[in-house]
Design a protein around this ligand. Structure first.
Ligand SMILES: Cc1cc2nc3c(=O)[nH]c(=O)nc-3n(C[C@H](O)[C@H](O)[C@H](O)COP(=O)(O)OP(=O)(O)OC[C@H]3O[C@@H](n4cnc5c(N)ncnc54)[C@H](O)[C@@H]3O)c2cc1C
Length: 457
């Protein structure tokens, strides 16, 4: 920490928008992951792009790390300032700058929360669809930088598929506008896609233009199965039958039990698929019936259309809170979440493998996830006071990731590499990692932007 830097920051954003108090530094030292916190030296709340640009130019000149932060809900240490320096906060940048229903797009500041954006868009009959389970805290800036997906991503795509244009401040303070507001473009390299999922390591996002979709007619159903493999098999057969649910989420029995306790619900404590069907009134009715037949062929023991808003709300609450439920009800343990994605035909094997590895290493495992996408989240629950247990939990994730990559999958579908998956980057991408490093050096030659993330050194 230096007096000169503090003076500089105060001169740019005003005394009240810089803090060096321990309370503020602690509040900005962590995310929702199992990774240990790390204190930043300065917490800064900039007010506009010009201020961001001046701060970055200064930080670049003085080699001060800068980590952007929005909702702080990441699951792999993505916004933890592991090298200290400045945390730049964007959660106050929560305005919708423009909605253009006729062009099906909106322009927003990066700090707006997903749910709030959709609440405002509903007035126009429009939505921004990915629906992360953290919908009530995740911001658009965080979603763009983590390349987030969610419960609706199978039908509609992930964040990457919706970002048309970005305003970005580079490490040296230059301000860029990348992309366009046209529905498609073949003009030059696609820098928008480069920034999406870059975890704040290539630039600071100050404005996002998003493509929108019309809100469809919806219906929902819950299907209960004897085993988690049956549920996963049903998911892959539903997709093979050409049905594209608006959402298709899997939870194993243990996850449902935790969600019941945490959310005060009484869902059947068996493996289940929670589905939403989107389309026209007649198409969603048809989907509910066809899926019922496929589920029955896979051994479904209870198929319950969620007809009332309350029923729908209960099952979605259980799924949205699944990870928090596991984490909060096991506070004396290290709960680590995995995020592999495999080709959909391998989905049943992925779920089976996660449980088999849990048994092999003697670790409690809960599985849930976005079944439509082939995305399995594996929560390992490791007792802190049992020597070797956290290390064995790590082995569960490591072996699962190695298997996923071997069958053509990826180590992360939506949480990003952050801190925890850096060791698998090379395994998944091989020599392409060297190219990624060159890109990083091009955008951020002094390595000030969110250092310590994505790459191992
Ligand atoms: C219970 C729970 C459920 C979850 N479910 C899902 C899910 O279904 N799908 C999913 O994808 N994720 C999920 N997540 C993870 C997380 O919520 C998402 O990754 C989310 O998009 C992060 O947004 P945030 O606003 O919290 O970002 P933060 O955690 O604040 O930041 C995320 C990353 O973006 C960078 N960043 C933030 N703002 C900027 C900016 N303006 N410019 C440059 N870089 C920036 C940060 O440095 C960091 O690297 C879940 C998390 C929890 C706790």
């Amino acid at each position: 920490m230096s007096d000169a830097t503090l003076e500089f920051l105060r001169s740019v954003v005003g005394d009240e928008n810089v803090s060096v108090t321990l309370a503020d530094r602690e509040a900005h030292s962590l995310d929702e992951s199992h990774h240990p916190p790390h204190l930043p030296d300065y917490v800064v709340w900039p007010d506009n792009e010009e201020q961001v640009s001046r701060i970055l130019a200064y930080a670049n000149e003085h080699r001060i790390p800068v980590t952007a932060r929005s909702g702080g809900s990441s699951l792999d240490g993505n916004p933890i300032p592991v090298f200290g320096g400045i945390v730049l906060c964007f959660y106050r940048w929560d305005k919708i700058l423009e909605v253009r229903p006729e062009d099906m797009l909106c322009v927003v500041q990066p700090g707006i929360v997903y749910d709030e954006l959709n609440r405002q868009l509903a007035r126009y009959g429009l939505m921004y669809p990915p629906a992360p389970a953290s919908h009530d805290v995740a911001t658009i800036g965080g979603m763009v930088n983590n390349g987030s997906g969610g419960m609706h991503a199978f039908r509609y795509g992930v964040t990457r598929d919706y970002v048309l244009q970005l305003r970005v401040v580079l490490a040296d303070g230059r301000i860029l506008k990348v992309g366009s507001q046209a529905a498609k473009s073949a003009s030059g390299y696609d820098l928008v896609r480069l920034f999406v999922g870059s975890e704040g390591t290539l630039g600071i996002i100050t404005e996002v233009t998003l493509k929108l979709r019309a809100i469809p007619e919806k219906s929902a159903a819950l299907a209960v199965f004897p085993t988690v493999e049956d549920a996963a098999r049903a998911a892959s057969q539903i997709i093979a039958a050409g049905i594209i649910p608006g959402a298709m989420e899997l939870m194993d029995a243990e996850t449902v039990a935790f969600a019941n306790r945490y959310c005060n619900l009484d869902l059947p404590e068996s493996p289940m698929l929670v589905m939403e069907f989107h389309g026209t009134p007649s198409s969603v009715r048809e989907d509910v019936e066809v899926v019922k037949e496929i589920a029955a062929e896979c051994g479904c023991t209870l198929y319950q259309p969620a007809t009332t808003a309350e029923e729908r709300e209960n099952v979605w609450r259980a799924r949205s809170q699944a990870h928090l439920a596991v984490k909060e009800l096991n506070r004396d343990c290290v709960v680590t979440i995995g995020d592999i994605v495999v080709p959909i035909s391998k989905y049943p094997d992925a779920v089976k493998m996660a449980h088999a590895l849990g048994k092999k290493y003697g670790i409690r495992v809960c599985t849930f996830g976005h079944a439509g996408d082939g995305n399995v989240h594996t929560d390992t629950i490791a007792r802190r006071d049992v020597p070797g247990e956290p290390e064995r939990a790590h082995q569960v994730h490591a072996e699962l990731i190695r298997w996923a990559v071997e069958v053509g999958g990826t180590c992360t579908g939506e949480h990003g590499i952050g801190l925890g998956k850096r060791e698998f980057l090379e395994l998944e991408h091989g020599p392409a990692v060297a190219v990624m490093r060159e890109i990083k050096r091009l955008f951020d030659p002094n390595g000030i932007l969110n250092p310590g993330k994505i790459f191992l050194d």
